[in-house]
Structure formats: C-alpha cells, structure tokens
Write a protein that binds this ligand. Sequence first.
Ligand SMILES: Nc1ncnc2c1ncn2[C@@H]1O[C@H](COP(=O)(O)OP(=O)(O)OP(=O)(O)O)[C@@H](O)[C@H]1O
Ligand SMILES: [Mg+2]
Length: 1014
Amino acid sequence: MAEHESLEFGKADFVLLDNVSMEEFMANLKLRFEKGRIYTYIGEVVVSVNPYRAMNIYSRDTVEQYKGRELYERPPHLFAIADAAYKAMKRRNKDTCIVISGESGAGKTEASKYIMQYIAAITNPNQRAEVERVKNMLLKSNCVLEAFGNAKTNRNDNSSRFGKYMDINFDFKGDPIGGHINNYLLEKKQSRVIFQQEGERSFHSFYQLLKGGPDSLLRSLHIQKDPTAYNYIKVGGQIKSGINDSADFKAVADAMKVIGFTVDEIQTVYKILATILHLGNLTFGVDGDVTLIENTKLVSVIRELLSTKEENVEKALLYRTVATGRDVIEKQHTTQEASYGRDALAKAMYERLFCWIVGRINDIIEVKNYDARVHGKNTVIGVLDIYGFEIFQNNSFEQFCINYCNEKLQQLFIQLVLKQEQEEYQREGIPWKHIDYFNNQIIVDLVEQQHKGIFSVLDEACMNVGKVTDEVFLQGLNVKLVKHAHFTSRKLSPTDKSLEFDRDFRIRHYAGDVAYSVVGFIDKNKDTLFQDFKRLLYNSPHSSNPVLKGMWPEGKLRITEVTKRPLTAATIFKNSMISLVENLASKEPYYVRCIKPNDVKSPLLFEPERCRHQVEYLGLLENVRVRRAGFAYRQTYPRFLQRYKMISEFTWPNHDLPSDKDAVKKLLQGCKFDHDVAYGKTKVFIRTPRTLFSLEEQRAEMVKRIVVFLQKVWRGTLARMRYRRMRAALIILRAYRRYKVKSYIREVNRRFKNVRSMKDHGRHVKWPTPPKVLRKFEEAMKSIYNRWWAWTLIKGLSPEETLQVRAKVASLEALKGHRADLGLQRAWEGNYVLCFGQKRDNPDTASSFTLVSSELQRKDKFMRVLFSCNVRKINRFHKAEDRALLISDRHLYKMDPLKQYKPMKSIPLYNVTGLSVSPGKDQLVVFHTKDSRDLVVCLQRMVPANESRIGELVGTLLSHFKSEKRKLQVNITSPIQCSMNGRKCTVVVEPKINQSHPDFTKSRAGYILAVPGN
Ligand SMILES: Nc1ncnc2c1ncn2[C@@H]1O[C@H](COP(=O)(O)OP(=O)(O)OP(=O)(O)O)[C@@H](O)[C@H]1O
Ligand SMILES: [Mg+2]
C-alpha cells in the first residue's frame, strides 16, 4: 500500500493546497525544504529544491522502493518520474523525455545523473555483458563531458557551461543499447577559455591536466604544474576549491579509455589544451611598422605540439590573407589585431575540441547493428539538462541566447501542458472554465521571426560591409520593433532611466524584464576566427594527426574559395533550439523543475525572494492551477476498459451495454468514483490521481484472482487431459489383457479339443505359455486335465484292476524316489505261491498251499489274499529258515513249505504298525508289530527269479490299510532298525560275490542279509 508522507512534511503535491496562492505555495515549499523533503509534485511534474547537502535518498534500497511503482505510491522523488518515463516507454512503446530546467546551481546536472543512475539500476536484469558495457559508457561519458564542459563559477562549483540533451535508446526488452548527445552553445563563445571573472575558473580540464598529468606528459607538452604561470587561466589558478583536480584527471583519463578513445586521440586532446595555454602567454610587439612575436620560443613549442612548420604558425599569427578578386594579398596585423586573433584561435580550438569529444562519444555510444524489423521498435528516453533563465547585472549575448532558449522551452511546456490540455477538454466537450495563462509565443517570435526578429536584425547587421557596430544593430532593432509590446529601449521610451542610450534594450520575458547591453553582440555573433588559422590547423599535421585535421574541415578550402559566409552564432543556436523543441515535442514529456534556495550553497537557508522569483518564472503556480482545474488522467473508452474491465461484473469479461462509454460509466459508478470523473466524447477524464491509483489497486487485486482462475482452469484442463490419457491407457491395457487371456484360452481349447479321441488322451500335448495372470489358472487347468486323464484311464477298470491301481498308486507315493523298480509295469498278481496265472513260484506244491489257504480262509473268515510269497526268515533263535508268507486281509501267516505249508504262528494285521525296506534292490522287508516282535524276511524263489515284489507288497498293504482307514508306517532305510522279541537290532544288507541266494547271518548288532553281488 502507498507509503504516504505525514502532513507534518507539508503537502506532497501542490495540487493538494487548500488555496492556490503564491503564499501557500511558498509556505509549503519552505516547510518541505526545512523538513528535508526536497521533492514535491505538481501532478506529474517534480519540483526539486537543491538541498546543498548529501541526502540519503539515492541508495539501492530507495531504487527498489520506486521500481515499477506508480507515481503516487511513494513520496515524491526523481526516481518516480524516471520510472514513470521508463514505464511509459516500455509499456506503451512511447518515446519519452525528461526536461530538467532551473538556474545555475539549482541541481539540474545532479538530477540528470540520478535519473541516469536509476535507469541504469533498473535495466538489464539479466546482466547481459553488452548492455552493461553500454550502460557503463553512458555513465562514463558524463565524467568526460563535465571535465571539458564544466567550470567553477561563482554560482556553482561544477557549473555546466553547455546545454546537454542526451537520448538513451532502448531495445524492445527495455534494456539500454546506446545513446546520443547533443550539446548547445558552449558559454560565451568560450570566452572563459581566455578570461574568468574573479572567483571563477576556466574549464576543469586545464587544471586537471596541470595538477594531475604525470611529469613526463607535462614535460613533453612543455608545461609546468603551476596554473598561475598561464595568462589564460591565471585568475582561476589562484582559487582554492574543494575540487580534487588530480584525482579527476585520472578518472577522466580512465573514462576516456573505457569509452574507447585511442591513445593518440587522448594525446592530441592534451596537446590542444597545452597549445591553448601556450597561446595565452604569447605577446606581440612592434619593430618600426612590423608587428612581431616577442617570445618566439613559444612559437616553436606550439609548432611542435601542432606538428606544423614554425613559419606557418608565425605567419598565421601575424598576417591575414585576403582575397580581393583574383589577387591574394597578405595583410599584417597590428598588435591588437594579432592579440585578438590569438584569443580567437584559443577559443575556437577549445570549442572544436569540445565538439569533437561529443562527436567522438556519439560515434562510440551510437546504436549499432539494430534492425527494427528483427529487434522491434527501438524507443528513446531523452534527458535535457539545460541552463535556466539568467538575469545578471550586465546581460549580454549569452544571456540573450539562454533566455531565448528558456522562452522556447516554456512555449513547449505551454503547448504540451497548458494549451493542449485545455484544447482537449474543449474537443471532448468537457465543461471547462478557461484558465488564463500567458502565452509567450509572442516573445519567441520577437527573437526568432524571419526578417523582423532580433536574430534576423543581428545577422543583417553582421552581413553589412564596412564598419558595423553594435549601435547600428540597436538602431536596426529600434526601427523594426518600435511597436512591439515586449521590446523597448531608451530611444523608444526616453523616460526610462534604467536603460542607456545606444547601448541597452529591454525584453519583457515571460519570467520577467531583462535589460541587455548590445556591446559585443556583433562580435560574438560573427565567426571571427581568421581563415588563416583554420588552414594552419587543417594542414598542420602532414597527415600525422588526423584528429586535429578532422576538427578543422573548412581549412581544406583554398583562400579564393572562402566566399560563403559561415552561419552566425545566433542562427546556429536558433536552429539547434528549433530542432530540440521539435524533438521534445514528439515525445511524452516529464518535467523536473529545479529551484536554488540560496546563493551561498547553504543547506539551511531558504531565501524567500529568490525562490519566489524562480517559482514565478518557472510558471509553477499556473501549472498547479491548470492541474487542479484539469484532470490527472484521461484515456479513450476502449483502452480504459481494456485495462480496468476486470473490476466490474458488468464489464468482465465483456460488457453488453450499447457502447464502451456506457460500460465505463457503469464501471466507475460501481466503484463510486462518479463524482471524480468526466465523460468526454471519446475519452474518460479522471480528476485526481488518487482515483486512478485506487483503480490500479483494484485492478492489481483482480488480476491476482484472474491469474488464480486461469491457473485453476488450466490445471483442471491439464488434469483432465492426463486423466483421459490414463483412462485410455487403461482401456487399452485391459483390452490387451483380455485379448491375451482369450487367445490363451482359445489356444488351450484348440490344442486339447480332441484329446478324447487321442490315443494317449492328450498326454503329449504341450501346454501353451500362459500370460502371467493365468499362471494359477494354468495350474488349475492342468490339475483338472490330470484328474480327467486319470479318470479316463481308470474308469474302465474291473474291481480287481482298481484295487491293483490303488496299490500301485500307494506304492508309488511311498517309495518313488527311494527305491528303483517298483514293478509297476507288470500285473500285480499278489498270491504268488498259488498257481494262478502263467507264473508260478511253486508249481509243484501249489495244491497243498491252496488247501491250507482255503482252510485258513474258512477258519479265519478272511475275504481275500493280499499277497503271498516264499521268504527267508529269521526265527527266534536267530536262524534263517524258508517259509511261505500269506497275507490275507486279516492276518499275516507264516507257513512251512517243507510241511505242506503247515501254518505256523500268525500275526493279526491290526498288530502290524509299519514296514521297513531298504533303498537297494534286495527284497528285504521288516514288519513292525505292536508287541515288538518284528518279522524280518527276505522274499525269495520268485519266478522270474529277479522280479522285485517289494513295491507290490508295500503298495498292496498300504492300499489295504487305507481302505480300513488305518495307518501303516513305511520306512526306507539302511540299515533297518528292528526289534526282535523286544530287543533292538539292525539288519544290514551286504552284497557277496559268491552268494547264490539271499540269506541272513547273525552279526553283533543284529543280522546281515547277504545278497548275491557282482
Ligand atoms: N540532489 C542533490 N543532493 C545533494 N546536493 C545537490 C543535489 N543537487 C544539487 N546539489 C548540489 O548543488 C550543486 C550544483 O548542482 P548542479 O551542478 O546540478 O547544478 P546545475 O543546475 O546543473 O547548474 P548549472 O546550470 O550551473 O550547470 C552540486 O554540485 C551539488 O553540490
Ligand atoms: Mg549543470
């Protein structure tokens, strides 16, 4: 929010005065000065009072406070106006200019430097090297120009003795890319070069060279350190001042180097300064009727510095070449003429030097390689620092020119601020009470009008052949301007004793009456430098010094060619003023009006009369009046809407009212600003800047919301886009997955379609690789298939075959991987002792076995025989004997084959808890019983002999136990642990080479089953 100053500092804007009167104006100005508030606004004009002390208001921090702010957000400051000009240029692509005016010592040059400093500080945020270089050169050029163009005067220790207008060019991004300097009328045709008033000095450059130049340089220039040794700067040389010439010399030399002056160029500059100093010490005398130079040694020094011939220098100083018709004659000067010529030469050399420096700087800082089609429009901020109105005791040609210049600027100000403004109100049909102001066009005309104007009369007088005097010029004025209301002289108003006959005339300037003395007008207006000097300097270098040659282009002309008169000083000045004003008029102007509070450079003294006078002639009061009566801001309706339409619901985003004007009305009524505005035909006018500021604030507030809104919409759009993309991806993904699944299932279907009719029921069919998601499914399918396949295999089996399959499965489950050859491939006949089937183990004795077995069946009521086989068995006495083993579904019988299978002791099957077999090929099997009387047998005498029946025995028993829902423990170990009559022992299988049948022998730990080995 705006940082407004408290009222104890007075009003920050003169527009806010209660009454617009000189008293109030002065009181406010004084109060603010005393409170250290040196800047005050009149609308957008800054009134600045020289504080004559260092103010802590130009720091980097302050720059930041003003950067990008509106004029009214912060207390009045130069930075605010610089920012406004910069913004206008950047935002609206407008060329702008800042016109700084005020009298000598009012602070114009300081102000222009602060403005430059501010612009340099806020531009080039990207620190581009090229832009930094340009900025540096623009800032450094000041230092050089001040050294050669400024001098200590009684009013100002660093008084600019020339007017300066500097353009800074900006690229489309708003970064400085170059500049251009125009300089106007170096003081009094450089009379300061040869003479100074008491208390004043010549241009800084001379003292800097003497005080700061290194000894070797001074030696080469043949000059000494003491300024009082030189007639031209003697007066100023005696002055003590706070200026540090020696340090300044180094700074300037350094700046020249940075800007890009070559070593030769800098040397030439020093040579010219030295030449001028030496010229001042030349004296002339007479010998008879011959004029001669008294100190000829100096001539050779000058000759050396100008690198020309000695006789040429001498001739140019003592003679004048005159062309009469075709003849060329040489006329000798009188001593007076010679001194006059010498001084004219010194002044002209300095003037050319200064102009050459400006031109050289311009060459360097000018915008290069800029193509508007590529880089966009290049815009300009101009800064004008020009002398203000001057009234001295004795006013001469210079004051006349300066005051004319100020009349022109006042005219521009009137044109832009007062006249245009009022005309615009009329045009727009805004009710408006005309404010009277004095239009000074009449005075401008008095000076510059063709044929009738003072400059014309002066030029005419100068053109007259024969002896022209200043009095003749005054007479001419008296004739031509006899009726002019702003011109008078003693002749025209004989009663006015303040004017001298034949010497003075008075002009009634807008800023007050000024009496001028015509003495010297003619001389100062003419180009009085003898042509001989121009030729001397042009020809001097013998090509060794092109710099000097370049300063004197007219020297090229031969004597007889010099017929065309050079332009007079007045004409040159007038032309430059007209083009300056034209230039300024094409830009959007900003004004800084500088006021000098006292003549003694005091930071405390506010001299009311002095200040009042300045306020008067700067027209500040009229400025306040027009400003107050007028409107601070105006804008065409469409552009106004474009900027502020977001403030009102009726205009955002577009209005539906009949016209833009109505929409603006609606908008401003809504904001309750109706009382502060006027509606013109095409533009809306806002009276006070506060209203504008408040509109700006509301706009800024809304812009934030709009930005958030736009962000919201855009983020939403982005999110939706992302969502849609994601969803599409998901759909694709799903479709792909479904496709993969489907095609897998289709493939499975295709491959397994005909498995029923296949011989192996599809056992050979390869399963396709399933997609990852279907791995489980594949497992399930495989298992379904396996079950189906198994079912197809077993569904046609007889009950016996079924039993056999179950037994085989049980055997497989128990022994697979532990024992080889489970006998799965053959039919399991079970009752091998009996003579069923092809194979019979005991064909001879089968009938007796059948008998016994039937007997046992009857007696024990068993259902079927599970297994029977011949075995070798270990008896109670650890002896091996042959037996037949018969396992029914209820008992395990041991029979003696030698006794017609007489049944021995039987073991009920429910007593059997487990079986142990070895992992080898042997047919050893141990039946474990509940009562720890394990039965250890080895199947034997099988047909065919090597048949393995362990698999079958284990499988059949397991299957049977399972059908009775009982558990049977099957161990596959070696050696086998068993328990004989309650005693633990082991059975080890040992292959033996000569063993024909397996047989048991007793060992220490139990028994050894020796099997035939090979
Ligand atoms: N803003 C300021 N802060 C401090 N001192 C200032 C300020 N403005 C001016 N001064 C002092 O006033 C002196 C004169 O100022 P400056 O050279 O700008 O005057 P000017 O208007 O350019 O005069 P001239 O017409 O003679 O060139 C400066 O050297 C400085 O001491
Ligand atoms: Mg100045």
